[in-house]
Write a protein that binds this ligand. Structure first.
Ligand SMILES: *Cc1c(COP(=O)(O)O)cnc(C)c1O
Ligand code: SF4
Length: 412
């Protein structure tokens, strides 16, 4: 039964490379801002006000700016604005033109190249939008866009058509209409606040919105999708956490792509959210020369667990216009998943999904572990490539009655 499987541990990177990634719970440091008092540096308003948004600032702060990056920055304000918080900027390695942090936030000339299969709305959100700012694609849950602003802008953003308003989409959410739709649709039991970044709303605005959602009896579950803990960990204040904890069950999905994003500041911010009882998940996007490497990805997911975050989804990069230089093959994604499952903690393994182009929703893609299946047996392989058989059970008359209309479950 045994195939020529490699000995356990043969796929491990050299201990030094792994240690190097895992040890990096370093502070982002102050870099160019060493003269700024702690009180200001640690204030998220200061960070937002001092974001890097112009070519002049970039040229001053990053002498190694390449011609491609310079050209991309000039063109960026017609597509997706440039904005980087000073905190996040300090994670860029100026000596490395291919720095994985840099590739995510500094525009490049390639963003202007559009392949025929690329789109401005790759997930077909606008066509599934019953009222502006609400996407109702799945039966029991909605995506609720609350703002078009983020603390910094990711060059591969699937919502770049509206985010930052660089291309004039003019998104103005009307909470009244969005809430009214949810109130009228009793099938909506799960509301996902996103944007833009919902944690850019003030505590008061967000509290008001969450209260109004919680006042709708059929809304059971609320979650927030946010990259603020990574771009602007200073925003995760004790006051914010105290406000959020009134709205349980409330989950948060963060967005982190590379182990170097997980600094001591981020770990502490995530710890505050976890201490407020908020279960944390992570969504990563598979990005070329950022995290399309099994060693990097394994270090990242393991480090997320150290930050009390459960890896949730790994997204194949959407076909957003101008993202070819950041996309990786599905084959590579599958190789990475293969290198995770079984080789590390199951909690660390996300689900790899493709958001089907045009609006089919998230479709899981997985390495094949079922080699064959018929009415008598299932042939499976494990993470080491060893092959096993499982006899198929006979499905006779079910012992349980076929499910009728769902009845509320009572705890006894
Ligand atoms: C991702 C997404 C959701 C949430 O999907 P889950 O698989 O439940 O996390 C809901 N609505 C839309 C439009 C989405 O893109
Ligand atoms: S944080 Fe999210 S919404 Fe904002 S630019 Fe990045 S991917 Fe887009």
């Amino acid at each position: 039964m045994l195939t020529d499987a490699p000995p356990a541990g043969a796929d491990e990177p050299p201990a030094s490379a792994r240690q190097d990634e895992l040890k990096r719970f370093r502070s982002a440091g102050r870099g160019f801002w060493s003269h700024i008092p702690d009180r200001e540096w640690n204030d998220w308003r200061w960070q937002l006000k001092h974001r890097i948004t112009t070519l002049e600032q970039l040229e001053r702060l990053l002498p190694t700016l390449t011609p491609e990056e310079r050209a991309g920055t000039v063109l960026a304000n017609h597509k997706l604005a440039l904005a980087i918080t000073p905190y996040f900027f300090n994670l860029i390695d100026p000596a490395d033109e291919h720095c994985p942090i840099r590739r995510q936030v500094i525009p490049r000339l390639e963003e202007t190249l559009t392949a025929p299969w690329e789109m401005t709305d790759p997930c077909g959100e606008d066509s599934h939008s019953p009222v502006p700012g609400l996407v109702h694609r799945y039966p029991d849950r909605v995506l609720f866009l609350v703002t078009d602003r983020c603390a910094a802008y990711c060059r591969y953003c699937t919502r770049s058509r509206l985010v930052s308003n660089a291309s004039g989409y003019d998104f103005h959410p009307q909470f009244d209409r969005q809430l009214e739709y949810i109130a009228r649709h009793s099938e909506v039991r799960d509301v996902l606040l996103s944007g833009g970044d919902p944690l850019l709303l003030s505590d008061e605005k967000l509290e008001n919105l969450l209260s109004r959602l919680r006042a709708i009896p059929h809304v059971e579950f609320v979650r927030l999708g946010t990259r603020i803990p990574v771009f602007l960990p200073q925003r995760i204040t004790p006051a914010l956490c105290a406000m959020l904890r009134q709205f349980h069950p409330l989950f948060i999905s963060i967005h982190s792509n590379h182990p170097r994003e997980l600094t001591t500041e981020v770990r502490e911010a995530l710890g505050r959210l976890a201490d407020a009882g908020i279960p944390l998940g992570n969504q990563s996007v598979l990005l070329r020369h950022v995290n399309d490497d099994p060693v990097v990805m394994k270090a990242h997911v393991q480090k997320l667990l150290l930050c009390r975050v459960r890896p949730y989804y790994l997204y194949q990069c959407d076909l957003i216009a101008g993202s070819a230089h950041l996309r990786t093959s599905v084959r590579r994604g599958l190789e990475i998943m293969e290198a995770l499952r079984g080789h590390t903690t199951g909690y660390a393994v996300p689900l790899y999904v493709i958001d089907a182009p045009g609006g089919g929703g998230k479709v899981p893609v997985s390495p094949e572990y079922v080699l064959s299946r018929n009415k008598d047996r299932v042939v499976i392989r494990n993470y080491e490539g060893r092959i096993f058989e499982y006899p198929e059970a006979l499905d006779g008359t079910p012992l349980f009655k076929a499910a009728g209309p769902a009845e509320p479950l009572e705890l006894i």
